[in-house]
Design a binder for this molecule. Structure first.
Ligand code: ADP
Length: 209
């Protein structure tokens, strides 16, 4: 018999925001959660999708910043875009006004489709984003600046000066830690970090059951 009351109302999926400085180990941690079957929503991946060829955001960027930003094949010239916004704060905010609402909407759309008790939402610059207020929990991957530097030099072949500049452009370690609910100290071996992820996963399953 038909009824107005939903028979199997879906429980709300909790949002665990995962953040941390550059090269702190966010992707490493996210992969460990994924190995445990937890859906991972990565806002960097979404950010690339929203400016894909023929998407409305790309047309808006071309209208605001000039068609010279589009490569011959109609895709975004990312390095030119990066240079423009790095040098000019007003332009950076203008770009963010085009991108951020779309990234946020798409992230929450993906969460709404999930049937998992919780999902991991990776937001590298969470503390500069309004999304931080929309998380149920904030998990910070932490390591020392020296470790970040070492990993940046090794992973991306950055020079010491470039690495220092990239780290300085982000929220400080103290700022991130002050807003965290949970912390993964990623200074030891990757196996120790995997164990810590398993431990947190058990906590989150209980917390969000
Ligand atoms: P992020 O996503 O925060 O930028 P990554 O997860 O990509 O950081 O980690 C940065 C680099 O450091 C990668 O090359 C990764 O393999 C390495 N790495 C991460 N955690 C550890 C660890 N505990 N021990 C050694 N290397 C690590």
């Amino acid at each position: 018999m038909a009824t107005d009351v939903p028979q199997h109302e879906k429980r709300k999926t909790a949002r665990v925001g995962l953040t941390g400085g550059i090269a702190s180990g966010k992707s490493t941690v996210a992969d460990f959660f994924a190995d445990l079957g937890v859906p991972v929503i990565d806002t960097d991946v979404i950010a690339r999708d929203v400016v894909a060829k023929n998407r409305p955001a790309l047309a808006e960027i071309a209208a605001a910043f000039g068609r010279a930003l589009l490569a011959r094949d109609g895709t975004l010239n990312r390095s030119m875009m990066r240079e423009i916004v790095f040098a000019d704060d007003k332009k950076r905010r203008q770009l963010e006004a085009i991108l951020h609402p779309r990234i946020r909407d798409e992230a929450w759309r993906q969460v709404s489709e999930s049937t998992s008790p919780y999902v991991i939402v990776v937001v590298p610059l969470l503390f500069q984003s309004p999304m931080k207020k929309e998380m149920d929990r904030i998990l910070v991957v932490d390591c020392s600046v020296e470790t970040q530097m070492r990993r940046l030099l090794m992973r991306d072949g950055e020079t010491e000066e470039q690495a220092r500049r990239m780290i300085a452009a982000q929220a400080s370690r103290e700022e991130r830690l002050s807003l965290s609910d949970d912390i993964i100290v990623n200074e030891g071996s990757v196996e120790e970090t995997r164990d810590r992820v398993s431990e947190l996963h058990k906590c989150y399953l209980k917390m969000f059951a």
